[in-house]
Design a protein around this ligand. Structure first.
Ligand code: ADP
Ligand code: MG
Length: 348
């Protein structure tokens, strides 16, 4: 079973918080090489301390779900928050390295401030309680949205508004040198029409989690595969570990293409095909056919640009934003009385 947190994470009361805080600050300075090194150079550890949340101050409530990195809880810390608990790998012999990797992720997260990015509030950085605290999203994910709001799929204005906001948030991340690595509709929330992107940059923390690895093999689900660019997919083939996959700004753009497809069609590409088939096709540059997607050429062109086989042929988010903004804001697809058939009926 899972180690640390299932029983220990219930409600914890904030007892002598200030003392605890001091103790934690000391431990951050002395615990790992990277922080130490930067500390001498200047002050990463000082700024990281500002983001350190003593685990005792968090109140964990409902468990929302478990994903690749750990378990997400609804909780409170100066109001409602989402708490992503990462489980350290108990079998690992390099916990220090893992902790350093986690702290580097935190150092990166604290520099993200954008309207369309999930608000990072702080982190628990003392093992075994590694957690990331963010604002809580009460809206639905884009994944649910595109699959339930059949009519909205045919509202190009709404689709463009969503795509614009994703492109803006992603353009910001890339400008800050952050690659998302796990851009997918399940990591995008919609709150009153506002797009909120989550889980950026966390992918490399995967190695400090356990439960998703089966031996040395990657855990591959279709819902992950269809966002992976050809160059990334080809590395799955050679049995590399997840952390070595060649993610780049351009692999994020490929993933955006898949999101654009989902917005148009309401489902993933290569629906119902086994992973081996998807890997084989994408790795060779075979794309999901758009023959039955009722959209204008410009709309399909955006998709094809993002899905370009060569990373260099894919646009930057800045350019993508311009492309999307230029699209005519009108109904570009047939009305639901002439259903678009791809994998499901629009009336379902
Ligand atoms: P995944 O992204 O693959 O669904 P996660 O571990 O990221 O897996 O999330 C687990 C669950 O927690 C999902 O149902 C997700 O929608 C939800 N969740 C994640 N972050 C938040 C948040 N900030 N606010 C509300 N729910 C969240
Ligand atoms: Mg997520």
């Amino acid at each position: 079973g899972t180690n640390t947190s299932d029983d220990s994470n219930k409600t914890l009361v904030d007892s002598n918080a200030s003392e605890k805080t001091l103790e934690r600050e000391d431990s951050i300075d002395s615990q790992d090489g990277i922080i130490h090194h930067w500390d001498r150079g200047n002050s990463l550890s000082v700024t990281l301390k500002e983001w350190d949340i003593p685990f005792e101050q968090l109140k964990l409530m409902d468990k929302i779900g478990t994903g690749r990195f750990g378990t997400v809880y609804k909780g409170t810390w100066h109001g409602q928050v989402a708490i992503k608990m990462l489980h350290m790998d108990p079998d690992s012999d390099n916990n220090q390295a893992q902790l350093s990797a986690f702290k580097l992720e935190v150092a990166m997260l604290k520099n993200t401030r954008h309207e369309n990015l999930l608000l990072f509030m702080g982190a628990c950085m003392k093992p075994p309680h590694l957690a990331i605290v963010t604002s809580y999203c009460s809206g639905q994910t884009l994944y649910t949205y595109v699959r339930t709001n059949a009519r909205e799929k045919f509202n190009m204005n709404k689709t463009i508004m969503i795509a614009q906001q994703i492109a803006q948030g992603m353009g910001y991340l890339h400008a800050r040198g952050i690659i998302h690595k796990d851009l997918k509709t399940k990591n995008i929330f919609l709150e009153n029409g506002k797009v909120v992107i989550t889980d950026f940059g966390l992918f490399s923390v995967t190695k400090i989690c356990h439960g998703n690895r089966k031996g040395d093999w990657l855990h591959i689900s279709p819902g992950w595969l269809c966002y992976l660019s050809p160059e990334v997919i080809r590395c799955l083939h050679s049995g590399r570990s997840k952390v070595d996959l060649p993610f780049s700004e351009k692999s994020d753009v490929y993933a955006f293409g898949t999101i654009w497809y989902e917005l148009l069609v309401g489902d993933w590409p290569f629906r119902n095909q086994p992973p081996e088939c998807i890997i084989w096709q994408v790795g060779r540059g075979i794309k999901q056919s758009l023959g039955s997607v009722m959209a204008s050429k410009e709309v399909k062109d955006v998709l094809m640009d993002c899905w370009s086989y060569q990373p260099d042929d894919r646009p930057q988010f800045r350019a993508l934003l311009k492309l999307v903004e230029k699209l005519p804001k009108k109904r570009l697809v047939r009305s639901p009385s002439h259903p678009v058939h791809l994998s499901r009926s629009v009336d379902s």
